[in-house]
Structures are given as C-alpha cells and as structure tokens.
Write a protein that binds this ligand. Structure first.
Ligand code: MG
Ligand code: MG
Length: 264
C-alpha cells in the first residue's frame, strides 16, 4: 500500500474542516458548562455526544480504533486517551478533554485542559505554560518553515520551565482522516523535518508534564499516564497554513465565555 502523503487542502475543503473544528469548540464549551466537582467524565461524554449529534455530526473518536466514547478525558496524571468513567471529579483536579467530530466528510480535533474547583498555583502554571507552548508552536507553523520548528518552539518553552515534553504522542495532519501525515512532534530541532506548505492543515497538541517526560500505558489499553504520577496538561488546535500566515480553525473562545460566566 502506498504511504499516505501530506495533503494540501483546497479552499472549499478548508471551509469544511473549519466548520468541524468550530463544532468541536462549541462542543467543548457545552462540556465546560458541566465541569465541576462531583461530575463524572462519563456524564461529560454524554453531553458531548448529544451536542455533536444534535448538530448533524458524528463523534470523531467513538469507534476510532475501537475507542468506546466521544471524548478522551484525562484526569491529573493521565496525559491523553483517558476513557470516560464514573469517578466523580474533585476540586483540585485538572481534566484534559479532547474532542473530535466528523461532519461532511471532514474532521475537527481540539482539546482543552480544565481546572476543577480550586487548583494549586503550581498546576495552574503548568496549564498556562502549556497554552503558551501551543501558541508559540502555532506562530511558527508558517510556509517555508519545517515541522521541527514547531516542535522546537514548544519544547524550548516547556523545558525552560522545567517541564517534561511527551515524546511518544504527537500532533498530526487532519482532514478527511482524523490522523494524517505529517506527524507533528512537540519536540524537535529547528530546520528539521517536513517542509511546511500553504494549505496544510495541522492539529498541534502539546502534552506537557509537570515532572518527567516519561509515560506509561495503562492496563485499559488506552490511557496514557505520566511515569512519576505528576500532572500533565494538553491543549490542541487545528490550524491551516497560509501563504504568509497561519490561521487557527478551532477556537477556545466559546469555552472562555463559559468559564468567564461561571467565574462571575
Ligand atoms: Mg485531539
Ligand atoms: Mg489530535
């Protein structure tokens, strides 16, 4: 079988990916309304699945390689790919909520790590820096740069704060498949790797650990956890590379509106 190639998307394909990415942002905002101590991740998953289907889309993760749910919910030392369960969230937890949708033949894929109740300053800092890693990575996802520039931007910022950058799991191309080439590692060397071209759609998703970069696979076959049991944060955006710039297709804006309303 021929190796799948890096896709350069047409303007109309980009609009379809944008619509899917925006629906993910709206779904995460619907979920954000419910994130609180005492709520289970299975309840959050039900909110997401209903919201996605009500908007004429399919959950992108449900059934993907056999994954059982619509959200990946990864609490505290769980990095990614956590399976929603009946354990109530507690104040002080963080939960990475990763969501994908499939609509009109194209995927959207975005993740946000939420604070549950009161989170320690140390953990809040981890969340802030991980978001900064995502922003810095996006800023260099421009035509003519290379994939290693994205990873370097992320890694250098995370490591400057003493955090561990997960190696085994990476961002990816996105479009008519949930995971397309190229791989987009969160570490790398400037000037290395695949050349970034206009029209490429990338899901950039730093996974940053408070302690060691080392991870372990849990017995459920899905959940990835930090080897030292310290917390991990995860934020993900879908972006399209332009001729002179990069545009973020997904959004945290709806999430931020919900969080601001809950805080007031
Ligand atoms: Mg994702
Ligand atoms: Mg992804």
């Amino acid at each position: 079988m021929a190796r799948p190639r890096v896709q350069v998307r047409t303007a109309s394909e980009i609009e379809l990916i944008r619509a899917s990415s925006l629906l993910v942002g709206r779904t995460l905002a619907a979920v954000a309304e419910h994130v609180a101590p005492g709520v289970t991740t299975l309840e959050l998953d039900a909110v997401a699945e209903a919201f996605i289907r009500d908007h004429g889309a399919e959950p992108g993760f449900k059934g993907y390689n056999g994954f059982p749910n619509s959200l990946c919910t990864s609490v505290n030392h769980h990095v990614v790919h956590g399976i929603p369960n009946e354990v109530p969230l507690q104040s002080g937890d963080i939960v990475s909520i990763d969501c994908g949708v499939l609509m009109n033949g194209f995927y959207g894929d975005s993740a946000f790590t939420f604070e549950v109740g009161e989170v320690s300053p140390e953990v809040r800092r981890l969340l802030d820096v991980t978001r900064e890693c995502l922003e810095r990575a996006i800023d260099v996802a421009i035509a003519g740069n290379r994939i290693g520039d994205i990873g370097h931007a992320c890694q250098s910022h995370a490591e400057a704060h003493g955090y561990g950058v997960v190696r085994e799991l990476v961002g990816h191309g996105l479009g008519s498949a949930l995971h397309e080439p190229p791989e987009v590692p969160n570490y790398g060397r400037p000037g290395n790797g695949v050349k970034i071209q206009a029209g490429m759609v990338l899901a950039i998703e730093p996974m940053i650990n408070l302690g060691t970069k080392k991870i372990v696979q849990s017995e459920d076959g899905w959940t990835i956890a930090t080897a030292d049991g310290l917390p991990s944060a995860h934020f993900e955006h879908d972006v399209v590379v332009g001729e002179d710039d990069v545009e973020v297709l997904s959004t945290f804006e709806y999430i931020e509106e919900v969080l601001a309303a809950k805080a007031s």
